[in-house]
Design a binder for this molecule. Sequence first.
Ligand code: URA
Length: 293
Amino acid sequence: MSELARALDPATREALAQRIRFYRDLGLTEFYRRPVEASLIEAEAASSSEAQQVADECDQAESVSAPSQPESAEHQIHAEDETISTRKSFPQPPQIGAAVAPGERAAALQLIRDDIGDCVRCALHKGRNKIVFADGSPAARLMFVGEGPGADEDAQGLPFVGRAGQLLNNMISAMGLKRGEVYIANVVKCRPPGNRTPEPEEANICSQFLFRQIDVVRPQVLVALGATAATYLLGARQPLAGLRGRVHSVRGCQLIVTYHPAYLLRDPRQKKEAWADLQIAMAELGLKAPARA
Ligand code: URA
């Protein structure tokens, strides 16, 4: 965590994190912050004016990165400022060679779960209640990948069982499928504190298990729910807006990128867009939406 972030009180930090997650779900991944002298940070750590400064900077990011602006504008403004790259690469292990027979997939997945064990490989283990491995069919043709467990998932040990999970269930039904027919997993298997975005180190460590799960299930179609899933599945951080609406290829699977259900709960107007993404997945799977009653 940066010095600047440490200087903020937890409520402000969480509010800013939520706001940044909101932008990230929109596909806006570049934020700018002016370099701040260390002495200034120390002097202001005791006061809340620092929080206001960062909030203002987020407002600036909002105004320079509004979706209606041409994308190139994002890259030009504040050229002298610190920029978080949108093209950062993340490592992926090689795909395992032989396909696991459908009848052996449950056992193969259990081996991965056993390998995870009572994991302490990254700091996320400190705050978790339950490891959230996955849910659904080991022989699924369609797999959804989310970011990481929230409070409900952490309590139950299952992915997408809270409000976002309810919406995901509705999306699955709208596709004419049952939840038990698809496979659902996350980039990280332990709940990040305060539902923050997993740090690259945490996601890189944990996604090795996700890749192994994908290699065992070998779904025809993967759906990345939100920017974090898309980033680690594709191995590069790119704006969500540029990834939606087309079919990518990942580990022998077709990958469709769409909004995270939690984002759709915050902005239901985007559900139509998400449905368009799911229809791409359905076309690849040869599925027709069930007739409405
Ligand atoms: N959000 C996620 O990304 N994953 C879950 O399992 C629940 C909420």
